[in-house]
Design a binder for this molecule. Structure first.
Ligand code: FE2
Length: 427
């Protein structure tokens, strides 16, 4: 009998170590020089980068791959996107949402993206969105970890059933408490929503991940309330603030007080550079603000910052491929993270840092960890961000789920030949 199920030989790990990796029963059984070992399948990495899988801590899978349905976002703004999605979610069936999401999961797998946190809209009383995403979570479980956030897109307090529906979604099995304080009717309602949602999380022992201050308004300061409620309720380490774009426009003195409060509360930050470079500054003439939160400044304070994707071909964003290296590439540019250490960190953000934000068990390339990894046609993490190269092999939980021959443009996913990313046309 072979010693390993899969043996990946001669790969370059993100820290530059050259090593063989032996996989047995869904676990990384050995790393090092494994000459003479036998395996059911051997993949020769031939010096290419072997990294832990990509992780996306912020996505909207109920809306993905719907671009153009029922119409296109003409203004390109967040608010028209919300209106458009409001139309779509009333006509989208559970089956249609499941199918779009499964298509996207194929895209993700092909890119080595094996864990996704998705916000699920809990606004419609039928909660078809929740029903669909719970089904998707089960169906992809063998190869992709999906975390669901109860997300009151139209407001927790702003709609009559916003609060009740978040609780219903959590009762149905959604994992995380979400929110959107900047979309409530008033600043005071925004603060009240943060308070109430954090109390729900504390009572149920759940994490929190809120869309927070996704606006160019420097007076949108709900992150301050989120930090306060996190420490008041003892939620340190379990809370994330997504977007935080208003921080781009805030007064520097106020930010100098705010960042230590975020650090003290151990709140993670999830900026989404592809979507926010598109959505923010739409009401500016010139100069137009970039609208990305203060990434390097937060990292200098010890705050964990990941990069999220947010949207792929949906009412808010017309492009996207499911490649977290695209996200890192855009983030690197907009945040001006151009030193070698910072470029390298951008790769770590879409792998290790995002995994830490999502509290993924068994993540990483080390003996005893889950056997999930990706072989990239690049030599090191900076080259990977620069080239956004082919994923030569993707292994999830001890199984090869996507593979591409260096000299062959065809791709296979879960054993099926595929060119999935080219197939999606605007209807
Ligand atoms: Fe989002």
């Amino acid at each position: 009998m072979a010693e390993f199920d899969i043996l990946v030989t001669g790969g370059t790990l993100p820290d530059g170590t050259i090593a063989d990796i032996g996989i047995r029963g869904g676990t990384i059984a050995a790393i090092g020089t494994l000459d003479g070992s036998t395996a059911g399948t051997t993949i020769d990495a031939a010096g290419d980068l072997v990294a832990p899988p990509f992780v996306d801590p912020h996505f909207h899978m109920d809306a993905t791959l719907s671009y153009g349905t029922p119409r296109i976002n003409a203004s390109g703004t967040l608010l028209e996107g919300i209106d458009l999605w409001g139309e779509l979610r009333e006509i989208a069936t559970v089956d249609e949402m499941v199918n779009r999401a499964l298509d996207y999961c194929d895209w993700a797998v092909s890119m080595g993206l094996l864990a996704i946190r998705t916000h699920v809209d809990t606004t419609p009383d039928h909660l078809n969105t929740v029903t669909a995403m719970l089904e998707v979570r089960e169906r992809v479980k063998p190869y992709l970890d999906l975390q669901l956030v109860a997300f009151p897109q139209d407001g927790f307090l702003r709609t009559a059933t916003g609060a009740a529906n978040v609780v219903r979604a959590l009762d149905m099995g959604v994992d995380i408490v979400g929110g959107i304080p900047h979309f409530e009717r008033t600043m005071e309602d925004g603060r009240a929503s943060v308070r109430a949602l954090c109390e729900i999380a504390a009572e149920r022992g759940l994490p929190v991940d809120m869309h927070c201050d996704e606006t160019d308004d420097p007076m949108s300061r709900h992150i301050e309330t989120l930090a306060y409620e996190t420490q008041r309720l003892g939620l340190q380490g379990r809370v994330a603030g997504s977007h935080l774009t208003s921080m781009h426009s805030m007064d520097n003195y106020y930010v100098s007080k705010l960042l230590p409060l975020i650090a003290e509360a151990e709140i993670a930050a999830i900026p989404n550079p592809l979507i926010n470079i598109v959505l923010q500054g739409r009401h500016d003439s010139y100069p137009k603000r970039r609208g990305l939160t203060r990434v390097k400044e937060m990292q200098a304070m010890g705050i964990t910052v990941g990069w999220g994707q947010d949207c792929v071909r949906d009412p808010w964003y017309s492009l996207g491929t499911g490649d977290m290296l695209d996200v890192a590439f855009m983030g690197l540019h907009v945040a001006q993270m151009t030193s070698p250490e910072e470029m390298r960190r951008c790769f770590d953000m879409v792998t290790q840092h995002n995994a830490a934000i999502m509290h993924l068990d068994g993540y990483g390339i080390a003996e005893g960890k889950t056997a999930s990894l990706v072989v990239l046609d690049a030599g090191d993490p900076i080259e990977a961000v620069r080239l956004r190269p082919d994923r030569l092999a993707v292994i999830s939980k001890g199984r090869i789920v996507a593979q591409k021959n260096r000299n062959d443009s065809r791709l296979s996913i879960n054993g099926r030949p595929a060119s999935v990313r080219r197939r999606h046309k605007v209807s």
